[in-house]
Design a protein around this ligand. Structure first.
Ligand code: C2E
Ligand code: MG
Ligand code: MG
Ligand code: MG
Length: 286
């Protein structure tokens, strides 16, 4: 089976090229029970603070550890969850796991934050702030250690409603980040209006950083823009030492990418953190 990008996002297709309706229904049933059981897992990818060389936090990335099909990535099952109205449950589940894991790491002496992705429909859910508040409370995590990542598309739905939800989250002290910044429908106009703390530049700009002067110019000017707006900038998709070196030189705040670490299962995070040398004044550039 393959996941192909269709008009309404990704769809699961049978090997002969026809939409696999029965398979979809079966997958949906399995997804529902995965949401109750242990098959949906969080992987975490570290984010490096380039000013200090220390680990600033991790981003939670959901995976489905499917009994027959192996580890499935979000692009394959999130569209299905969205269509089936399961995104609220999924988000709360990922959030709860993230906050529990974060609590464990913090009690082990790692002063980290965790970033959790939200979907467009999550931002339409006026009950979300209250649920987030409850989870922070039960997991004993300070709100300032939680970053919620939203994409620019949230404003293409009901902008007034998503702004209300964002304001509610922000009132808790949670930080908001614009994910995949620069690829959305309206990149600039909402920066005036929306209460966001961080821009997370899309990895397409970063991948070509060292080979394409235009990509480099976009990275540098977005960095300047984020500073002028009083926001921090996270760069994702850092795949090699050259890109990391350039980003350090330009004064980028936080970087994430395969060169630093691939996403890993929760149980590997502590080992990864403890195996790191103590941060020097600046990160190594080898
Ligand atoms: P994203 O939030 O922009 O996450 C970054 C994606 O880029 C992740 O893919 C990550 O594994 C991948 N990545 C990280 N570093 C590199 C790199 O150096 N090079 C390259 N080529 N890729 C890199 P993943 O885990 O497959 O997630 C895909 C998307 O699914 C995420 O994009 C996010 O939009 C969504 N997603 C993941 N987990 C959740 C979730 O719990 N809830 C919601 N609503 N969406 C989620
Ligand atoms: Mg993200
Ligand atoms: Mg992204
Ligand atoms: Mg993305």
């Amino acid at each position: 089976y393959a996941a192909k990008r269709g008009r309404r996002g990704y769809e699961v297709w049978a090997p002969d090229g026809t939409p696999a309706t029965r398979d979809r229904l079966q997958t949906l049933e399995q997804l529902r029970s995965a949401l109750d059981g242990e098959e949906l897992v969080n992987h975490y990818q570290p984010q490096l603070d380039l000013r200090t060389g220390s680990v600033a936090g991790v981003e939670a990335l959901v995976r489905w550890d499917h009994p027959d099909r192996g580890l499935l990535y979000p692009d394959v099952f999130l569209p299905l969850a969205e269509q089936a109205g399961l995104m609220r449950r999924l988000a709360l589940r990922v959030l709860e796991r993230s906050l529990r894991d974060l609590h464990t790491w913090r009690t082990q002496g790692h002063d980290l934050s965790v970033a959790v992705n939200l979907s467009v429909s999550n931002l339409q859910d006026v009950a979300l702030p209250e649920q987030v508040e409850m989870l922070l409370d039960t997991c004993s995590v300070p709100a300032s250690s939680l970053v919620l990542e939203i994409t620019e598309d949230v404003l293409m739905a009901d902008a007034a409603r998503s702004q209300q939800v964002m304001a509610g989250l922000r009132r808790l002290g949670v930080r908001l980040s614009v994910d995949d910044y620069g690829t959305g429908y309206s990149s600039l106009s909402y920066l005036r209006a929306l209460p966001v703390d961080e821009l997370k530049l899309d990895r397409s700009f970063v991948t070509h950083l060292t080979s394409d002067p235009r990509a480099a110019a976009i990275v540098r000017s977005t960095l300047q823009l984020s500073r002028d707006l009083g926001m921090s900038m996270v760069v994702e998709g850092v795949e090699d030492a050259d890109a990391l070196g350039a980003l350090c030189e330009w004064g980028c705040d936080v970087a994430q990418g395969y060169h630093i670490s691939r996403p890993m299962p929760a149980e590997r995070v502590l080992g990864w953190l403890n195996a790191r040398p103590l941060p020097a004044a600046a990160p190594r550039r080898d």
